[in-house]
Ligand binder design. Structure first.
Ligand SMILES: *[C@@H]1O[C@H](CO)[C@@H](O)[C@H](O)[C@H]1NC(C)=O
Ligand SMILES: *[C@@H]1O[C@H](CO)[C@@H](O)[C@H](O)[C@H]1NC(C)=O
Ligand SMILES: *[C@@H]1O[C@H](CO)[C@@H](O)[C@H](O)[C@H]1NC(C)=O
Ligand SMILES: *[C@@H]1O[C@H](CO)[C@@H](O)[C@H](O)[C@H]1NC(C)=O
Length: 573
Protein backbone atom coordinates (compact mmCIF):
# COMPACT_ATOMS: atom_id res chain seq x y z
CA UNK A 1 0.00 0.00 0.00
CA UNK A 2 1.33 3.40 -0.88
CA UNK A 3 0.30 6.50 0.96
CA UNK A 4 0.82 9.30 -1.43
CA UNK A 5 1.42 12.47 0.37
CA UNK A 6 0.39 15.24 1.00
CA UNK A 7 -1.55 18.28 2.00
CA UNK A 8 -0.53 21.82 1.32
CA UNK A 9 -0.28 23.92 4.41
CA UNK A 10 -1.58 27.24 3.25
CA UNK A 11 -5.17 26.34 2.44
CA UNK A 12 -6.20 24.52 5.60
CA UNK A 13 -9.08 26.22 7.37
CA UNK A 14 -11.51 25.54 10.16
CA UNK A 15 -15.18 26.45 9.81
CA UNK A 16 -17.45 26.34 12.80
CA UNK A 17 -20.72 25.04 11.47
CA UNK A 18 -22.83 24.97 14.57
CA UNK A 19 -22.21 26.14 18.08
CA UNK A 20 -24.27 26.07 21.24
CA UNK A 21 -23.64 25.62 24.93
CA UNK A 22 -20.85 23.06 25.38
CA UNK A 23 -20.99 21.73 21.83
CA UNK A 24 -19.81 22.56 18.37
CA UNK A 25 -19.54 21.07 14.94
CA UNK A 26 -16.72 22.10 12.67
CA UNK A 27 -15.02 21.25 9.44
CA UNK A 28 -11.31 21.31 8.65
CA UNK A 29 -10.83 21.84 4.93
CA UNK A 30 -7.53 21.51 3.13
CA UNK A 31 -5.96 20.60 -0.15
CA UNK A 32 -4.77 17.07 -0.83
CA UNK A 33 -2.02 17.45 -3.44
CA UNK A 34 -2.03 13.86 -4.72
CA UNK A 35 -4.44 10.92 -4.28
CA UNK A 36 -4.21 8.86 -1.10
CA UNK A 37 -5.56 5.36 -0.36
CA UNK A 38 -5.89 5.73 3.38
CA UNK A 39 -5.29 8.43 5.88
CA UNK A 40 -4.73 9.21 9.51
CA UNK A 41 -4.84 12.42 11.41
CA UNK A 42 -4.03 13.86 14.79
CA UNK A 43 -5.95 16.75 16.38
CA UNK A 44 -4.88 18.68 19.40
CA UNK A 45 -7.31 21.02 21.19
CA UNK A 46 -6.53 24.07 23.28
CA UNK A 47 -7.85 22.37 26.38
CA UNK A 48 -9.47 19.15 27.43
CA UNK A 49 -12.77 18.24 25.76
CA UNK A 50 -15.35 15.68 26.85
CA UNK A 51 -16.17 13.99 23.58
CA UNK A 52 -14.72 14.00 20.09
CA UNK A 53 -16.59 12.50 17.15
CA UNK A 54 -15.40 12.32 13.56
CA UNK A 55 -18.41 12.86 11.34
CA UNK A 56 -16.65 11.91 8.12
CA UNK A 57 -17.88 8.36 7.29
CA UNK A 58 -15.73 5.21 7.56
CA UNK A 59 -13.41 6.66 10.14
CA UNK A 60 -12.46 5.71 13.64
CA UNK A 61 -10.77 7.31 16.64
CA UNK A 62 -7.76 5.11 17.42
CA UNK A 63 -6.69 6.62 20.70
CA UNK A 64 -6.61 9.81 22.70
CA UNK A 65 -4.78 11.29 25.63
CA UNK A 66 -5.89 13.73 28.33
CA UNK A 67 -8.98 14.64 26.33
CA UNK A 68 -6.68 16.95 24.37
CA UNK A 69 -5.06 14.86 21.63
CA UNK A 70 -6.97 12.51 19.33
CA UNK A 71 -5.52 10.10 16.74
CA UNK A 72 -8.01 8.98 14.16
CA UNK A 73 -8.29 8.05 10.53
CA UNK A 74 -9.79 5.87 7.84
CA UNK A 75 -10.83 2.30 8.45
CA UNK A 76 -9.09 0.35 5.67
CA UNK A 77 -9.08 1.41 2.05
CA UNK A 78 -10.28 5.01 1.70
CA UNK A 79 -9.23 6.64 -1.56
CA UNK A 80 -9.20 10.41 -1.68
CA UNK A 81 -8.63 12.20 -4.94
CA UNK A 82 -6.34 15.19 -5.19
CA UNK A 83 -8.11 18.43 -4.48
CA UNK A 84 -10.01 20.02 -1.64
CA UNK A 85 -11.14 17.65 1.08
CA UNK A 86 -12.63 18.12 4.53
CA UNK A 87 -12.74 16.33 7.86
CA UNK A 88 -15.95 17.02 9.72
CA UNK A 89 -16.00 16.61 13.47
CA UNK A 90 -17.94 17.53 16.57
CA UNK A 91 -16.83 18.38 20.06
CA UNK A 92 -18.55 18.39 23.44
CA UNK A 93 -16.93 20.27 26.25
CA UNK A 94 -17.64 21.53 29.71
CA UNK A 95 -19.02 25.02 29.19
CA UNK A 96 -17.03 27.22 31.51
CA UNK A 97 -17.03 30.24 29.28
CA UNK A 98 -14.57 29.51 26.51
CA UNK A 99 -14.74 27.17 23.62
CA UNK A 100 -11.74 24.80 23.17
CA UNK A 101 -10.53 25.34 19.63
CA UNK A 102 -8.65 23.01 17.38
CA UNK A 103 -5.09 24.15 17.91
CA UNK A 104 -3.00 21.77 15.89
CA UNK A 105 -3.69 19.12 13.25
CA UNK A 106 -1.80 16.69 11.06
CA UNK A 107 -2.82 14.73 7.98
CA UNK A 108 -0.78 11.64 7.11
CA UNK A 109 2.00 12.93 9.27
CA UNK A 110 2.15 16.47 7.85
CA UNK A 111 1.26 19.55 9.83
CA UNK A 112 -1.80 21.49 8.75
CA UNK A 113 -2.16 25.14 9.42
CA UNK A 114 -5.43 25.54 11.32
CA UNK A 115 -5.14 29.26 11.79
CA UNK A 116 -7.27 30.28 8.82
CA UNK A 117 -10.16 31.33 11.05
CA UNK A 118 -8.94 33.48 13.92
CA UNK A 119 -9.90 31.93 17.23
CA UNK A 120 -13.12 33.36 18.55
CA UNK A 121 -12.53 35.48 21.60
CA UNK A 122 -15.79 34.56 23.18
CA UNK A 123 -16.46 35.38 26.79
CA UNK A 124 -19.80 33.74 26.51
CA UNK A 125 -21.43 33.26 29.87
CA UNK A 126 -22.00 29.70 30.89
CA UNK A 127 -25.56 29.13 31.90
CA UNK A 128 -26.18 26.72 34.69
CA UNK A 129 -29.45 24.82 34.57
CA UNK A 130 -31.94 26.53 36.87
CA UNK A 131 -32.28 24.80 40.21
CA UNK A 132 -35.59 23.19 40.96
CA UNK A 133 -38.19 25.26 42.73
CA UNK A 134 -38.01 28.05 40.17
CA UNK A 135 -35.14 29.92 41.81
CA UNK A 136 -33.93 31.28 38.52
CA UNK A 137 -30.54 32.89 38.09
CA UNK A 138 -31.62 36.47 37.40
CA UNK A 139 -28.00 37.62 37.34
CA UNK A 140 -27.14 35.23 34.51
CA UNK A 141 -30.18 36.19 32.50
CA UNK A 142 -29.32 39.89 32.90
CA UNK A 143 -25.81 39.08 31.67
CA UNK A 144 -26.95 37.22 28.57
CA UNK A 145 -29.69 39.76 27.86
CA UNK A 146 -26.86 42.28 27.56
CA UNK A 147 -25.08 39.89 25.20
CA UNK A 148 -28.21 39.92 23.07
CA UNK A 149 -27.93 43.71 22.76
CA UNK A 150 -24.31 43.28 21.81
CA UNK A 151 -25.33 40.88 19.04
CA UNK A 152 -27.65 43.61 17.66
CA UNK A 153 -24.87 46.17 17.33
CA UNK A 154 -24.49 47.83 13.97
CA UNK A 155 -21.47 49.83 12.83
CA UNK A 156 -17.83 49.56 13.78
CA UNK A 157 -17.50 47.10 16.64
CA UNK A 158 -15.08 47.92 19.44
CA UNK A 159 -12.14 45.66 20.27
CA UNK A 160 -13.93 44.32 23.36
CA UNK A 161 -16.80 42.90 21.27
CA UNK A 162 -17.86 39.63 22.90
CA UNK A 163 -19.96 38.23 20.05
CA UNK A 164 -17.26 36.50 18.08
CA UNK A 165 -19.49 35.71 15.12
CA UNK A 166 -20.33 39.39 14.56
CA UNK A 167 -18.20 41.95 12.72
CA UNK A 168 -18.38 45.51 11.42
CA UNK A 169 -21.42 46.33 9.31
CA UNK A 170 -23.14 49.24 7.60
CA UNK A 171 -20.26 51.67 8.11
CA UNK A 172 -21.68 53.80 5.26
CA UNK A 173 -25.15 54.32 6.78
CA UNK A 174 -26.16 57.96 6.35
CA UNK A 175 -23.79 58.55 3.45
CA UNK A 176 -26.66 59.10 0.98
CA UNK A 177 -27.89 61.91 3.27
CA UNK A 178 -24.46 63.38 3.96
CA UNK A 179 -24.40 62.34 7.63
CA UNK A 180 -22.78 59.57 9.62
CA UNK A 181 -25.53 57.25 10.82
CA UNK A 182 -23.38 54.19 11.42
CA UNK A 183 -23.77 52.51 14.78
CA UNK A 184 -26.87 51.92 16.87
CA UNK A 185 -28.86 48.72 16.98
CA UNK A 186 -30.57 46.70 14.30
CA UNK A 187 -34.16 46.23 15.30
CA UNK A 188 -35.09 42.56 15.36
CA UNK A 189 -34.53 39.69 12.92
CA UNK A 190 -34.01 42.35 10.31
CA UNK A 191 -31.32 44.96 9.84
CA UNK A 192 -33.35 48.16 9.73
CA UNK A 193 -32.67 50.80 12.36
CA UNK A 194 -36.16 51.89 13.43
CA UNK A 195 -35.72 55.05 15.46
CA UNK A 196 -38.98 54.96 17.39
CA UNK A 197 -38.38 51.44 18.72
CA UNK A 198 -34.77 52.37 19.45
CA UNK A 199 -35.55 55.47 21.54
CA UNK A 200 -38.22 53.61 23.50
CA UNK A 201 -35.85 50.71 24.17
CA UNK A 202 -33.20 53.16 25.34
CA UNK A 203 -35.52 54.97 27.75
CA UNK A 204 -36.76 51.71 29.28
CA UNK A 205 -33.23 50.32 29.66
CA UNK A 206 -32.14 53.60 31.28
CA UNK A 207 -35.06 53.47 33.68
CA UNK A 208 -34.05 50.01 34.87
CA UNK A 209 -30.46 51.14 35.31
CA UNK A 210 -31.39 54.24 37.26
CA UNK A 211 -33.90 52.67 39.63
CA UNK A 212 -32.61 49.10 39.94
CA UNK A 213 -28.89 49.79 39.79
CA UNK A 214 -28.32 47.59 42.81
CA UNK A 215 -29.64 44.64 40.79
CA UNK A 216 -27.15 45.36 38.02
CA UNK A 217 -24.33 45.88 40.50
CA UNK A 218 -24.95 42.62 42.29
CA UNK A 219 -25.05 40.80 38.93
CA UNK A 220 -21.74 42.48 38.10
CA UNK A 221 -23.28 43.83 34.91
CA UNK A 222 -23.40 47.59 35.41
CA UNK A 223 -20.50 48.27 33.08
CA UNK A 224 -22.02 46.17 30.31
CA UNK A 225 -25.42 47.80 30.84
CA UNK A 226 -23.92 51.28 30.60
CA UNK A 227 -22.13 50.23 27.42
CA UNK A 228 -25.44 48.97 26.05
CA UNK A 229 -27.28 52.25 26.56
CA UNK A 230 -24.28 54.32 25.50
CA UNK A 231 -24.19 52.38 22.23
CA UNK A 232 -27.71 53.63 21.55
CA UNK A 233 -27.15 57.16 22.87
CA UNK A 234 -23.97 57.69 20.84
CA UNK A 235 -25.94 56.80 17.73
CA UNK A 236 -28.85 59.06 18.73
CA UNK A 237 -26.44 61.98 19.16
CA UNK A 238 -25.35 61.50 15.54
CA UNK A 239 -29.00 61.18 14.48
CA UNK A 240 -29.70 64.64 15.96
CA UNK A 241 -27.22 66.86 14.11
CA UNK A 242 -29.16 70.14 14.58
CA UNK A 243 -31.93 71.15 16.96
CA UNK A 244 -34.78 70.50 14.52
CA UNK A 245 -33.45 67.51 12.60
CA UNK A 246 -33.72 64.01 14.01
CA UNK A 247 -33.18 60.89 11.93
CA UNK A 248 -35.78 58.25 12.73
CA UNK A 249 -35.09 55.42 10.33
CA UNK A 250 -32.15 53.97 8.47
CA UNK A 251 -32.95 51.54 5.64
CA UNK A 252 -36.02 50.92 3.55
CA UNK A 253 -37.85 48.13 5.38
CA UNK A 254 -39.23 46.53 2.21
CA UNK A 255 -35.81 46.27 0.62
CA UNK A 256 -34.39 44.95 3.85
CA UNK A 257 -37.11 42.41 4.46
CA UNK A 258 -36.67 40.94 0.98
CA UNK A 259 -33.09 39.92 1.83
CA UNK A 260 -31.61 37.32 4.21
CA UNK A 261 -27.98 37.10 5.24
CA UNK A 262 -25.36 38.41 7.62
CA UNK A 263 -25.32 42.15 8.31
CA UNK A 264 -21.62 42.03 7.45
CA UNK A 265 -22.45 40.74 3.95
CA UNK A 266 -25.14 43.26 2.92
CA UNK A 267 -24.87 43.71 -0.85
CA UNK A 268 -28.01 45.69 -1.68
CA UNK A 269 -26.34 49.09 -1.85
CA UNK A 270 -26.31 52.20 0.31
CA UNK A 271 -29.28 52.57 2.63
CA UNK A 272 -31.67 55.52 2.67
CA UNK A 273 -32.39 57.47 5.86
CA UNK A 274 -35.36 59.60 6.93
CA UNK A 275 -35.65 62.43 9.43
CA UNK A 276 -38.18 64.70 11.05
CA UNK A 277 -37.82 68.47 10.54
CA UNK A 278 -39.88 71.61 11.21
CA UNK A 279 -41.69 71.01 7.91
CA UNK A 280 -42.25 67.33 8.59
CA UNK A 281 -42.39 67.01 12.36
CA UNK A 282 -42.88 63.87 14.40
CA UNK A 283 -43.74 64.51 18.03
CA UNK A 284 -43.72 60.87 19.20
CA UNK A 285 -40.22 60.31 17.90
CA UNK A 286 -38.79 63.61 19.13
CA UNK A 287 -40.43 63.32 22.56
CA UNK A 288 -39.39 59.71 23.13
CA UNK A 289 -35.91 60.74 21.95
CA UNK A 290 -35.96 63.45 24.62
CA UNK A 291 -36.98 60.85 27.21
CA UNK A 292 -34.11 58.58 26.11
CA UNK A 293 -31.62 61.44 26.44
CA UNK A 294 -32.97 62.74 29.76
CA UNK A 295 -32.96 59.27 31.32
CA UNK A 296 -29.49 58.77 29.83
CA UNK A 297 -28.41 61.93 31.64
CA UNK A 298 -29.49 60.30 34.91
CA UNK A 299 -27.48 57.16 34.10
CA UNK A 300 -24.30 59.10 33.38
CA UNK A 301 -24.43 62.21 35.57
CA UNK A 302 -22.23 60.73 38.30
CA UNK A 303 -20.01 58.80 35.90
CA UNK A 304 -19.17 61.22 33.12
CA UNK A 305 -20.59 64.68 33.66
CA UNK A 306 -19.54 66.18 30.34
CA UNK A 307 -21.24 63.32 28.49
CA UNK A 308 -24.30 63.66 30.73
CA UNK A 309 -24.52 67.40 29.99
CA UNK A 310 -24.36 66.66 26.28
CA UNK A 311 -27.24 64.21 26.66
CA UNK A 312 -29.30 66.74 28.59
CA UNK A 313 -28.84 69.36 25.89
CA UNK A 314 -30.17 66.93 23.26
CA UNK A 315 -33.06 66.06 25.56
CA UNK A 316 -34.13 69.68 25.98
CA UNK A 317 -33.83 70.50 22.29
CA UNK A 318 -35.79 67.46 21.19
CA UNK A 319 -38.50 68.09 23.73
CA UNK A 320 -39.00 71.68 22.55
CA UNK A 321 -39.03 70.42 18.96
CA UNK A 322 -41.66 67.78 19.81
CA UNK A 323 -43.89 70.19 21.69
CA UNK A 324 -43.66 73.18 19.36
CA UNK A 325 -43.87 71.36 16.05
CA UNK A 326 -46.69 68.90 16.49
CA UNK A 327 -47.21 66.04 14.10
CA UNK A 328 -47.31 62.29 13.92
CA UNK A 329 -43.95 60.86 12.98
CA UNK A 330 -45.12 58.31 10.43
CA UNK A 331 -46.10 61.25 8.18
CA UNK A 332 -42.39 61.98 7.85
CA UNK A 333 -40.84 58.55 8.23
CA UNK A 334 -41.91 55.36 6.44
CA UNK A 335 -42.29 53.32 9.62
CA UNK A 336 -46.05 52.92 9.15
CA UNK A 337 -47.02 49.26 9.19
CA UNK A 338 -44.00 48.52 11.40
CA UNK A 339 -44.05 50.95 14.33
CA UNK A 340 -47.26 52.90 14.01
CA UNK A 341 -48.17 55.37 16.72
CA UNK A 342 -51.65 54.17 17.68
CA UNK A 343 -51.65 56.05 20.99
CA UNK A 344 -50.80 59.40 19.41
CA UNK A 345 -48.05 61.67 20.68
CA UNK A 346 -49.67 63.00 23.87
CA UNK A 347 -48.31 60.18 26.04
CA UNK A 348 -44.75 60.72 24.74
CA UNK A 349 -44.97 64.47 25.37
CA UNK A 350 -45.99 63.87 28.99
CA UNK A 351 -43.39 61.13 29.38
CA UNK A 352 -40.59 63.31 27.98
CA UNK A 353 -41.55 66.19 30.28
CA UNK A 354 -41.58 63.85 33.27
CA UNK A 355 -38.05 62.58 32.52
CA UNK A 356 -36.85 66.16 32.04
CA UNK A 357 -38.47 67.11 35.32
CA UNK A 358 -36.67 64.24 37.01
CA UNK A 359 -33.38 65.20 35.38
CA UNK A 360 -33.55 68.95 36.07
CA UNK A 361 -36.09 69.49 38.85
CA UNK A 362 -37.23 72.58 36.90
CA UNK A 363 -40.83 73.51 37.62
CA UNK A 364 -41.36 74.33 33.95
CA UNK A 365 -41.30 70.62 33.15
CA UNK A 366 -43.70 69.79 35.95
CA UNK A 367 -46.11 72.36 34.57
CA UNK A 368 -45.66 70.84 31.14
CA UNK A 369 -46.47 67.35 32.41
CA UNK A 370 -49.73 68.73 33.75
CA UNK A 371 -50.44 70.66 30.56
CA UNK A 372 -50.09 67.46 28.51
CA UNK A 373 -51.96 65.52 31.18
CA UNK A 374 -54.99 67.73 30.64
CA UNK A 375 -54.69 68.16 26.89
CA UNK A 376 -54.35 64.44 26.17
CA UNK A 377 -56.36 62.99 29.06
CA UNK A 378 -53.38 61.06 30.32
CA UNK A 379 -55.20 60.05 33.50
CA UNK A 380 -56.75 57.11 31.67
CA UNK A 381 -55.83 53.60 32.73
CA UNK A 382 -53.45 52.27 30.12
CA UNK A 383 -54.09 48.91 28.50
CA UNK A 384 -50.41 48.11 27.92
CA UNK A 385 -46.93 49.60 28.34
CA UNK A 386 -45.11 49.52 25.04
CA UNK A 387 -42.88 51.35 22.59
CA UNK A 388 -46.06 53.11 21.54
CA UNK A 389 -47.96 53.70 24.78
CA UNK A 390 -46.10 55.34 27.66
CA UNK A 391 -49.04 56.38 29.86
CA UNK A 392 -48.51 53.77 32.57
CA UNK A 393 -44.82 54.65 32.79
CA UNK A 394 -45.60 58.35 33.01
CA UNK A 395 -48.12 57.77 35.83
CA UNK A 396 -45.72 55.65 37.89
CA UNK A 397 -42.79 58.01 37.36
CA UNK A 398 -44.84 61.09 38.28
CA UNK A 399 -46.12 59.40 41.41
CA UNK A 400 -42.51 58.69 42.34
CA UNK A 401 -41.52 62.32 41.78
CA UNK A 402 -44.53 64.05 43.38
CA UNK A 403 -46.32 61.46 45.55
CA UNK A 404 -49.57 62.93 44.23
CA UNK A 405 -52.73 60.88 44.27
CA UNK A 406 -53.76 61.91 40.76
CA UNK A 407 -50.84 59.96 39.32
CA UNK A 408 -51.14 57.07 41.73
CA UNK A 409 -54.78 56.33 40.95
CA UNK A 410 -54.42 55.31 37.28
CA UNK A 411 -51.07 53.59 37.96
CA UNK A 412 -52.69 51.39 40.59
CA UNK A 413 -55.70 50.79 38.34
CA UNK A 414 -53.28 49.58 35.68
CA UNK A 415 -51.51 47.02 37.88
CA UNK A 416 -54.74 45.89 39.52
CA UNK A 417 -56.42 45.41 36.18
CA UNK A 418 -53.46 43.53 34.72
CA UNK A 419 -53.16 41.31 37.75
CA UNK A 420 -56.85 40.62 38.31
CA UNK A 421 -58.79 41.17 35.11
CA UNK A 422 -56.58 40.97 32.03
CA UNK A 423 -57.02 37.71 30.10
CA UNK A 424 -54.41 35.04 30.69
CA UNK A 425 -53.21 31.83 29.12
CA UNK A 426 -54.09 28.61 30.99
CA UNK A 427 -50.61 28.63 32.55
CA UNK A 428 -51.01 32.18 33.79
CA UNK A 429 -49.29 34.47 31.30
CA UNK A 430 -50.99 37.85 31.13
CA UNK A 431 -52.01 38.09 27.52
CA UNK A 432 -52.17 41.41 25.66
CA UNK A 433 -51.66 40.21 22.12
CA UNK A 434 -50.14 37.30 20.28
CA UNK A 435 -47.39 39.33 18.62
CA UNK A 436 -44.61 39.37 21.20
CA UNK A 437 -46.87 38.19 24.05
CA UNK A 438 -43.93 37.84 26.46
CA UNK A 439 -42.59 41.35 26.00
CA UNK A 440 -46.00 42.75 26.93
CA UNK A 441 -46.10 40.63 30.08
CA UNK A 442 -42.52 41.62 30.92
CA UNK A 443 -43.29 45.32 30.41
CA UNK A 444 -46.27 45.06 32.74
CA UNK A 445 -44.10 43.27 35.30
CA UNK A 446 -41.54 46.08 35.04
CA UNK A 447 -44.17 48.79 35.62
CA UNK A 448 -45.66 47.01 38.61
CA UNK A 449 -42.20 46.35 40.12
CA UNK A 450 -41.58 50.09 39.90
CA UNK A 451 -44.85 50.82 41.63
CA UNK A 452 -44.09 48.19 44.30
CA UNK A 453 -40.74 49.90 44.85
CA UNK A 454 -42.69 53.02 45.87
CA UNK A 455 -44.47 51.09 48.58
CA UNK A 456 -47.69 50.51 46.66
CA UNK A 457 -49.15 47.03 47.25
CA UNK A 458 -45.55 45.86 47.23
CA UNK A 459 -45.96 42.22 48.15
CA UNK A 460 -48.88 41.72 45.81
CA UNK A 461 -47.31 43.39 42.77
CA UNK A 462 -43.95 41.73 43.31
CA UNK A 463 -45.54 38.32 43.46
CA UNK A 464 -47.43 39.07 40.25
CA UNK A 465 -44.35 40.36 38.44
CA UNK A 466 -42.22 37.44 39.56
CA UNK A 467 -44.82 35.01 38.27
CA UNK A 468 -44.85 36.70 34.86
CA UNK A 469 -41.05 36.74 34.51
CA UNK A 470 -40.81 33.16 35.76
CA UNK A 471 -43.24 32.10 33.07
CA UNK A 472 -40.68 33.20 30.47
CA UNK A 473 -37.77 31.60 32.34
CA UNK A 474 -39.34 28.17 32.59
CA UNK A 475 -42.58 28.11 34.59
CA UNK A 476 -44.53 28.26 31.34
CA UNK A 477 -43.24 24.75 30.60
CA UNK A 478 -40.02 25.71 28.87
CA UNK A 479 -37.56 28.56 28.68
CA UNK A 480 -38.33 31.34 26.20
CA UNK A 481 -34.86 32.87 26.57
CA UNK A 482 -32.33 31.68 24.01
CA UNK A 483 -29.41 29.83 25.61
CA UNK A 484 -30.94 29.70 29.07
CA UNK A 485 -32.67 27.05 31.15
CA UNK A 486 -34.78 24.09 30.09
CA UNK A 487 -35.54 23.53 26.42
CA UNK A 488 -34.85 27.08 25.24
CA UNK A 489 -35.72 28.24 21.71
CA UNK A 490 -33.11 27.09 19.21
CA UNK A 491 -34.53 28.64 16.08
CA UNK A 492 -35.15 32.29 16.93
CA UNK A 493 -35.91 34.40 13.89
CA UNK A 494 -32.70 36.37 13.61
CA UNK A 495 -30.54 36.83 10.55
CA UNK A 496 -26.98 36.98 11.86
CA UNK A 497 -27.21 33.97 14.20
CA UNK A 498 -29.07 31.86 11.63
CA UNK A 499 -26.10 32.03 9.26
CA UNK A 500 -23.27 29.47 9.21
CA UNK A 501 -19.79 30.61 10.03
CA UNK A 502 -18.00 32.64 7.43
CA UNK A 503 -16.75 32.02 4.82
CA UNK A 504 -19.74 29.74 4.26
CA UNK A 505 -22.40 31.55 2.22
CA UNK A 506 -25.68 32.54 3.86
CA UNK A 507 -29.04 33.08 2.24
CA UNK A 508 -32.74 32.52 2.76
CA UNK A 509 -32.39 28.81 1.98
CA UNK A 510 -29.61 27.86 4.40
CA UNK A 511 -30.33 30.58 6.97
CA UNK A 512 -34.03 31.27 7.37
CA UNK A 513 -35.20 27.86 6.12
CA UNK A 514 -32.46 25.75 7.70
CA UNK A 515 -34.51 23.14 9.60
CA UNK A 516 -31.78 22.80 12.24
CA UNK A 517 -30.98 25.12 15.12
CA UNK A 518 -29.46 28.53 14.44
CA UNK A 519 -25.75 28.11 13.79
CA UNK A 520 -24.89 30.46 16.66
CA UNK A 521 -26.67 30.67 19.97
CA UNK A 522 -28.22 34.12 20.31
CA UNK A 523 -27.75 34.14 24.07
CA UNK A 524 -30.23 36.15 26.09
CA UNK A 525 -32.82 36.95 23.43
CA UNK A 526 -36.43 36.76 24.61
CA UNK A 527 -38.55 35.37 21.77
CA UNK A 528 -42.04 36.60 20.93
CA UNK A 529 -43.71 33.92 22.99
CA UNK A 530 -46.81 31.76 23.08
CA UNK A 531 -50.33 32.27 21.88
CA UNK A 532 -53.41 32.44 24.08
CA UNK A 533 -53.38 28.67 24.72
CA UNK A 534 -49.69 28.62 25.74
CA UNK A 535 -49.14 27.35 22.20
CA UNK A 536 -45.70 27.83 20.73
CA UNK A 537 -43.47 26.19 18.13
CA UNK A 538 -39.75 26.85 17.87
CA UNK A 539 -39.99 27.81 14.21
CA UNK A 540 -37.76 30.45 12.62
CA UNK A 541 -40.37 31.23 10.02
CA UNK A 542 -42.87 32.35 12.69
CA UNK A 543 -42.23 36.06 13.17
CA UNK A 544 -45.12 36.45 15.59
CA UNK A 545 -43.97 33.90 18.17
CA UNK A 546 -40.29 33.42 17.45
CA UNK A 547 -38.80 36.74 16.45
CA UNK A 548 -36.52 38.65 18.78
CA UNK A 549 -36.28 42.45 19.09
CA UNK A 550 -34.49 45.16 21.01
CA UNK A 551 -37.76 46.32 22.55
CA UNK A 552 -38.64 42.78 23.76
CA UNK A 553 -35.62 42.60 26.04
CA UNK A 554 -35.82 46.11 27.50
CA UNK A 555 -38.65 45.86 30.04
CA UNK A 556 -37.71 42.22 30.59
CA UNK A 557 -34.16 43.17 31.56
CA UNK A 558 -35.39 45.96 33.85
CA UNK A 559 -37.76 43.53 35.57
CA UNK A 560 -34.88 41.07 36.04
CA UNK A 561 -32.77 43.81 37.62
CA UNK A 562 -35.66 44.62 39.96
CA UNK A 563 -36.06 40.95 40.94
CA UNK A 564 -32.31 40.60 41.43
CA UNK A 565 -32.37 43.61 43.73
CA UNK A 566 -35.21 42.09 45.72
CA UNK A 567 -33.37 38.77 45.88
CA UNK A 568 -30.18 40.18 47.35
CA UNK A 569 -32.18 42.25 49.85
CA UNK A 570 -34.17 39.15 50.79
CA UNK A 571 -37.40 40.85 49.76
CA UNK A 572 -38.36 38.46 47.00
CA UNK A 573 -41.82 37.09 47.66
C1 LIG B 1 -17.18 41.08 37.31
O1 LIG B 1 -16.88 41.48 35.98
C2 LIG B 1 -15.54 41.76 35.73
C3 LIG B 1 -15.40 42.34 34.35
O2 LIG B 1 -16.13 41.60 33.42
C4 LIG B 1 -14.72 40.48 35.94
O3 LIG B 1 -13.36 40.74 35.72
C5 LIG B 1 -14.96 39.98 37.37
O4 LIG B 1 -14.29 38.74 37.57
C6 LIG B 1 -16.44 39.80 37.65
N1 LIG B 1 -16.63 39.48 39.05
C7 LIG B 1 -17.50 38.56 39.46
C8 LIG B 1 -17.61 38.39 40.94
O5 LIG B 1 -18.15 37.89 38.70
C1 LIG C 1 -17.06 60.71 28.76
O1 LIG C 1 -17.79 60.44 27.56
C2 LIG C 1 -17.13 60.91 26.39
C3 LIG C 1 -18.08 60.73 25.23
O2 LIG C 1 -18.36 59.40 24.99
C4 LIG C 1 -15.82 60.16 26.22
O3 LIG C 1 -15.16 60.61 25.07
C5 LIG C 1 -14.97 60.35 27.46
O4 LIG C 1 -13.82 59.56 27.35
C6 LIG C 1 -15.74 59.98 28.71
N1 LIG C 1 -14.97 60.33 29.89
C7 LIG C 1 -14.78 59.48 30.88
C8 LIG C 1 -14.02 60.02 32.04
O5 LIG C 1 -15.19 58.32 30.85
C1 LIG D 1 -36.52 70.59 43.52
O1 LIG D 1 -37.05 71.88 43.56
C2 LIG D 1 -37.86 72.15 44.70
C3 LIG D 1 -38.39 73.56 44.57
O2 LIG D 1 -38.91 73.77 43.31
C4 LIG D 1 -37.02 71.98 45.96
O3 LIG D 1 -37.86 72.14 47.08
C5 LIG D 1 -36.39 70.60 45.98
O4 LIG D 1 -35.52 70.47 47.07
C6 LIG D 1 -35.64 70.34 44.69
N1 LIG D 1 -35.18 68.96 44.69
C7 LIG D 1 -33.96 68.62 44.30
C8 LIG D 1 -33.67 67.18 44.32
O5 LIG D 1 -33.14 69.43 43.94
C1 LIG E 1 -60.72 61.01 29.67
O1 LIG E 1 -60.67 59.73 30.30
C2 LIG E 1 -61.72 59.47 31.20
C3 LIG E 1 -61.43 58.18 31.90
O2 LIG E 1 -61.29 57.14 30.98
C4 LIG E 1 -63.03 59.49 30.45
O3 LIG E 1 -64.08 59.29 31.36
C5 LIG E 1 -63.19 60.82 29.75
O4 LIG E 1 -64.33 60.81 28.94
C6 LIG E 1 -61.98 61.15 28.87
N1 LIG E 1 -62.07 62.45 28.34
C7 LIG E 1 -61.75 62.76 27.10
C8 LIG E 1 -61.89 64.21 26.73
O5 LIG E 1 -61.38 61.92 26.29
Amino acid sequence: MTVLCCASVSLARVEYIRHSQGYYEAKLTFRVEAPVEQWSSRFQFESSIQNFTVRTPNTQVFNSSNGITYNFGSVGYFPIAAGEWAIEFSVSYEDTGSMPQLQYATFNGKDLDTSYVPPPTTTMRPTKPPPSGGDYHYDEVIAISLEFYEAQRSGKLPSNNRIWWRGDSFLDDGQLNGVDLSGGYTDAADLVKFGFALVSTTTVLNWGLVDFLQGYNSANQTGYAEDAVKWALDFLIKAHPTSHEFYGQVADADIDHAWWGRPEDWDQGLRQSWKITRDKPGSELAAEGAAAFASGYLVFKNRNSSYAQQLLRHAKELYEFADEYRGTYTDAIPAGGFYDSWSGYGDELGWAASWLYRATNESKYLQDVNRHWAEFNLSRRADKFSWDDKKAGLQVLMYKLTKEEKYLTPATQFCDYMKNSQQRTPKGLVFIQEWGSLRHAANIAFICLNLAELGVKSAEYREFAKEQIHYALGDGGRSYVVGYGENPPQRPRHRASSCPHRPSPCNRQNGLYNPGPNYFTLYGALVGGPGLQDDYVDDRDDYVKNEVAIDYNAGFQGALAALQKLKINEQLP
